[in-house]
Design a protein around this ligand. Structure first.
Ligand code: SF4
Length: 347
């Protein structure tokens, strides 16, 4: 079978056929695609900081940051630029190559833009790749962010177009696709994926991956999240997704988007080391590092580093980030059991 080709014409029946392959055949296929396009034992590491937390006007049913639901989440105002830059420095010292900043907004307002642009410039000046997720973007704001030096913009499609209205009613699927268009038009890289385990049907998982793969240009980064059920959100009692189905979703994403980074994102705390390892074998090659993934738990960084070491894997390096620097950061992360200094409450 020919593999590893970027295509934008995926059909439902083909995606279904991939999902229904014998498990080991699917993993072998996905691993072959991964090896053809990437160094198989490297994982890209990103750190995520919530720069403005909670009170979001959108009603995404999975999200504790939505102002529509009553959760235990503490709201935080937009973080000062200097604090963000300090956290970015810390993340770089610990081996992150990309720093993602997330704000719980419907969209960034004009008054916020000068701060946001300053943040991008200063984090970028540290030699980190920058990524932001701020909600809907118009063309003008997308260009302003690009001009400030933003490398990536995250905007997830979340689920299939068919299931979407069960999850969000305050913003349309078309709005999301428009934002992705503006990001592309401005010359930024796209980070876009979705969430599984939200009570969707298998066909919705096929639909999500088809939407992503059939975009005019596939996203450079594809986060695949497993729903984290948060008390107070409408999805708190939804049925768990079978873990094998999650691994299949990773594998099919890898096959359909052979040159994209497929990221294990939210929900990683519910996965043991063996399951995460299977996801890496299935072609996941990016993770968030840290004990805060926006507002949900994430395995602590030293546990991540220990797992990579056990698997003979290592973080992908940027050109300006040498193996020696990586070794030093790896050793310090493993030795440093008091990891709390690494991470931050979004204050
Ligand atoms: S997912 Fe984003 S847009 Fe939706 S409620 Fe949460 S913070 Fe707001």
């Amino acid at each position: 079978m020919e593999y590893g080709i970027v295509r934008h014409d995926w059909k439902h029946a083909e995606v279904k056929a991939l999902f229904e392959m014998p498990f080991n055949d699917l993993l072998f296929y996905a691993a072959s695609v991964h090896r053809k396009n990437f160094k198989q034992n490297e994982v890209q590491i990103s750190t995520l900081l919530s720069i403005k937390t909670g009170a979001c006007p959108e009603d995404c049913k999975y999200c504790p940051q939505s102002g529509h639901y009553k959760t235990d989440l503490e709201r935080e105002r937009l973080m000062e630029v200097e604090k963000v830059v300090n956290q970015a420095k810390l993340a770089k010292e610990k081996g992150a190559t990309r720093f993602c900043m997330g704000a719980a907004w419907s969209d960034p307002k004009d008054r916020d833009m000068p701060y946001i642009e300053k943040m991008v410039k200063e984090v970028s000046a540290l030699g980190l790749e920058t990524c932001m997720t701020l909600g809907k973007l118009d063309n003008e704001k997308a260009h302003a962010l690009r001009n400030a030096g933003l490398d990536y913009y995250n905007h997830n499609l979340d689920t299939s177009p068919e299931y979407y209205e069960q999850i969000i009613t305050t913003r349309t699927y078309a709005d999301r696709l428009n934002t992705i268009d503006h990001v592309r038009d401005a010359g930024m890289k796209v980070c876009s994926g979705g969430i599984v385990g939200m009570g969707e049907q298998a066909a919705d998982r096929y639909g999500l991956l088809m939407q992503l793969a059939n975009l005019p240009k596939q996203p450079e980064s594809v986060p695949i999240n497993m729903l984290v059920k948060v008390a107070g959100t409408p999805l708190e009692d939804v049925e768990d997704l079978d873990h094998f189905e999650f691994i299949r979703t990773i594998a099919v994403a890898r096959i359909m988007m052979p040159e994209s980074y497929v990221r294990l994102s939210a929900g990683r705390t519910a996965m043991n080391e063996q399951m995460q390892s299977m996801c890496f074998f299935a072609g996941a090659n990016s993770i968030f590092y840290g004990d805060k993934l926006l507002t949900t738990e994430n395995p602590e960084a030293d546990a991540d580093m220990n797992l990579l070491k056990k698997l003979g894997m290592k973080p992908e390096t940027r050109e300006d980030y040498s193996d020696e620097a990586y070794e030093a950061s790896l050793n310090s992360a493993i030795a440093d059991k008091a990891t709390s200094e690494l991470f931050y409450e979004a204050k």
